[in-house]
Design a protein around this ligand. Structure first.
Ligand code: CA
Length: 228
């Protein structure tokens, strides 16, 4: 399921740019140019994250932020506030009111994407623990940390195991090298994305079933076919 983001912003250029970059990353973006309408949208179906401009006609970002935080249904909604240069005090207030992060205009869309990712990661509920996956003749048990093919155990390193688990959890979906590095090696790991390729190659060598089942999606990353 793509993550849903609502953006309340009155500048069409910023809406266009940010929407473009976020959609490219697979997010579903709804842009609203008016605070009251934005609040209605949020109440109708809370998004996974809110990008909120501070300076808006009529109802400003601070007021929207307060109202979102005051409603128990949306109190925990991750919010990134967009401020203009020089709005130093408003900035601080924005954080006091309860924005989780802020960016000062002009900002690079890439920086915003990075902040969105980081904030979603920080606020994500822990993943549902699934103990067992099967895929054709292959099975993976997270509790016993075992992988087997046709009942015969395959010896994998911890990283290979983690990588295979991610692929099984997300079968049918493209996983970028960045996402895999993040999930398997950890956010701060000092490794290059080629490391992922090396480990994928080893997985394919160790488990012939994965030879074709793991598809290379150039230039992004990898995908495990829905069915083996
Ligand atoms: Ca504005």
């Amino acid at each position: 399921m793509p993550k849903k983001i609502i953006m309340i912003e009155d500048e069409p250029d910023i809406i266009g740019l940010v929407t473009h970059y976020l959609e490219k990353e697979g997010y579903r973006v709804t842009a609203v140019r008016d605070g009251a309408k934005g609040l209605q949208q949020i109440k109708a179906g809370p998004p996974d994250l809110l990008i909120l401009d501070l300076m808006l006609p009529e109802m400003d970002g601070l007021e929207i932020c307060r109202r979102v935080r005051a409603d128990s249904k949306t109190a925990a909604l991750p919010i990134i506030m967009l401020t203009a240069k020089g709005e130093e005090t408003d900035r601080v207030v924005g954080l006091e009111v309860g924005a989780d992060d802020y960016l000062t205009k002009p900002f690079s869309p890439k920086e915003l994407v990075a902040r969105v990712k980081a904030l979603l990661r920080r606020t994500a509920p822990p993943e549902r623990p699934v103990a067992h996956y099967s895929y054709g003749d292959l099975s993976l048990d997270t509790e016993r940390h075992e992988v087997s093919v046709k009942g015969k155990e395959v010896s994998l390193t911890a990283k290979e195991f983690g990588l295979l688990q991610q692929l099984l959890q997300n079968r049918g979906r493209v996983l970028t090298r960045d996402v895999l590095l993040d999930k398997v090696w950890g956010y701060d790991a000092d490794v290059i994305s080629r490391t992922v390729d090396v480990h994928i190659r080893r997985l394919r060598e160790k488990i012939p079933l994965l030879q074709d089942a793991i598809q290379t999606v150039k230039p992004f990353g990898y995908k495990l076919k829905e069915e083996p």
